[in-house]
Write a protein that binds this ligand. Structure first.
Ligand SMILES: Nc1ncnc2c1ncn2[C@@H]1O[C@H](COP(=O)(O)OP(=O)(O)OP(=O)(O)O)[C@@H](O)[C@H]1O
Ligand SMILES: [Mg+2]
Ligand SMILES: [Zn+2]
Length: 488
């Protein structure tokens, strides 16, 4: 007796269909699974066995062979527990045949009592089902909010394997798609709370308008962290398409909390400096996306930049340059999107007070150079706006007039982004602008990569000014933000 059901794995952020076949043969009772990695087979077998028994089903005393195909798709995790159990139930006639089951796509982990547990990557599964016109998709009830974010696919949820018993029409729970996005409950602090720091605020606005990278360098307490945390508040919300893309990455990473649907705000990720390179750029058995991909279309904030492990900083080169990461593992390469604004903050020297009027720097000779060398040249080269954030004088901190609030700044950002859309990010320049760049490049030893970044930033500055052409004043401002390392 043979039965087949569909399941779905993920490769990167794509869903890939997997067929699960169960054959009940004559011979001594055995239970073998082929097409899964060894460790996963053992665990899945135990869970499926216990779940079937504990839900009152009969475990067929036959020579059972389960095959997951195609063999070359990497099948990680416990998501195949449910399709394996369903294939066994179908083959042994314990659930009724019918289109909802036979054409269904099943994913879910089983607890020993048959309860369904949430799995990663449900959004990728539902998107794949939509793309190929398959369904219904049967998923753990805990994954419901996530699945509802995509319209046009029929979704059935299960709380327990028991629910498959009996009349197929009442099995599971069909759920309608939800069209409106969930509203955000995230609190983002407002730029109005920042006193002074006109230049740093301007840099934030430019970064928001052009998705540029910033490095803030300043003494302790000058407001670097405070400024960085206010960047998300001046970014426009994600479009529907972006929200689905971002949410799918978060889904594959297992970062969507039960009850949460689409991620609708640009992400803000602030990993601690002790993070591993795999944690930062992705890796592990999936492989799974790292912080750079979780920050896709949003902000990656690296506070105390030189404290990060050198490997982690080196691994940032690819995403900073190309907007994605490729993770090579056991003969295959997985690519995750990773296009984000990097906001980094650091002190000018290990003690923090170099160049500060309040206190003298007490770092031994060489210490500052070593400190800066941790951020290798290639990383600094990939940052568009490098600027000094001096401590705000006490009098200014108590200034009565608050700064502009985030909503007002965001309106300018949205206008600039609209102007920039569909246009080449690297503009052509007039003669005076080129001459300016050439002089700066000589004086500050700016590399070719640095020059491209200056041109891009100048383009954004022109967009903020509502100017179609990039003029020398835009270029001059862009150059101002590219002070080379060591000037601090
Ligand atoms: N420009 C400012 N306007 C208003 N408050 C400020 C400003 N700068 C600093 N502060 C106050 O000082 C506190 C410390 O600032 P913040 O943590 O951002 O400093 P930092 O530059 O990140 O310092 P460190 O180098 O020690 O990390 C803020 O929480 C805020 O209360
Ligand atoms: Mg700080
Ligand atoms: Zn110092």
């Amino acid at each position: 007796m043979l039965a087949r059901v569909q399941s779905c794995a993920t490769q990167g952020i794509q869903g890939l269909f997997v067929e699960v076949e169960a054959d009940l043969g004559n011979g001594l009772p055995t239970f073998s699974i082929v097409g899964l990695p060894d460790a996963a087979v053992r665990e899945s077998r135990e869970r499926v066995l216990a779940a079937l028994r504990n839900c009152g089903y009969e475990f067929p005393a036959r020579k059972i062979t389960v095959n997951l195909a195609p063999a070359h798709v990497r099948k990680e995790g416990a998501r195949f527990d449910l399709p394996i159990a369903v294939a066994l139930l179908l083959a042994s006639g314990q659930v009724p045949r019918g289109p909802a089951i036979e054409e269904g796509v099943f994913v879910g982990e089983l607890a020993l009592d048959g309860t369904l547990r949430a799995v990663r990557g449900i959004l990728a599964v539902v998107s794949a089902a939509k793309r190929e016109g398959r369904g219904p998709v049967w998923i753990p009830r805990e994954n419901l909010a996530e699945a509802r974010a995509i319209e046009g696919v029929s979704v059935q949820t299960l709380g327990s394997l028991r629910e498959l018993r009996g009349d197929e029409a009442t099995a599971g729970e069909a759920v309608p798609a939800r069209t409106e996005g969930p509203t955000s409950d995230r609190h983002i602090p407002d730029l109005a709370e920042v006193q002074g720091q006109v230049v740093a605020r301007r840099a934030l606005e430019i970064a928001a308008a052009g998705a540029h990278n910033i490095l803030f360098v300043g003494p302790p307490g000058s407001g670097k962290t405070m400024l960085a945390r206010r960047l998300p508040g001046i970014l426009p919300p994600l479009t529907r398409e972006e929200a689905v893309e971002v949410s799918t990455i978060h889904s594959v990473a297992g970062q969507i909390l039960p009850g949460h649907g689409l991620v609708t705000d640009p992400p803000f990720r602030a990993p601690h400096h002790t993070i591993s390179d795999a944690g930062l750029v992705g890796g592990g058995r999936g492989p799974y996306p790292g912080e750079v991909s979780l920050a896709h279309r949003g902000v990656l904030f690296l506070d105390e930049l030189p404290e990060f492990h050198r490997n982690a900083l080196e691994a940032l080169r690819q995403p900073l340059e190309e907007g994605f990461v490729s993770l090579a593992r056991a003969g295959s390469t997985t690519r995750f999107p990773a296009s984000f604004s990097l906001i980094a903050a650091m002190n000018p020297c290990p003690c923090g007070f170099r160049g500060d009027s309040r206190r003298a720097c007490r770092c031994p000779t060489g210490a500052t150079t070593r400190y800066w060398s941790k951020i290798s040249g290639p990383i600094l080269d990939r940052i568009d706006l490098i600027l000094e954030v001096p401590a705000v004088p006490m009098d200014d901190l108590f200034a009565s007039a608050p700064g502009e609030c985030s909503t007002v700044v965001r309106e300018r950002v949205v206008r600039a982004r609209a102007a920039a859309s569909g246009r080449n990010a690297v503009p052509s320049l007039d003669h005076p602008s080129k001459a300016l760049i050439r002089r700066a490049a000589d004086a500050f030893r700016i590399t070719a990569r640095g020059v491209v970044r200056i041109r891009r930033v100048a383009r954004t500055i022109a967009d903020l000014a509502g100017s179609d052409a990039v003029r020398p004043e835009h270029v001059a401002e862009a150059i101002q933000y590219r002070m080379p390392a060591g000037v601090f």
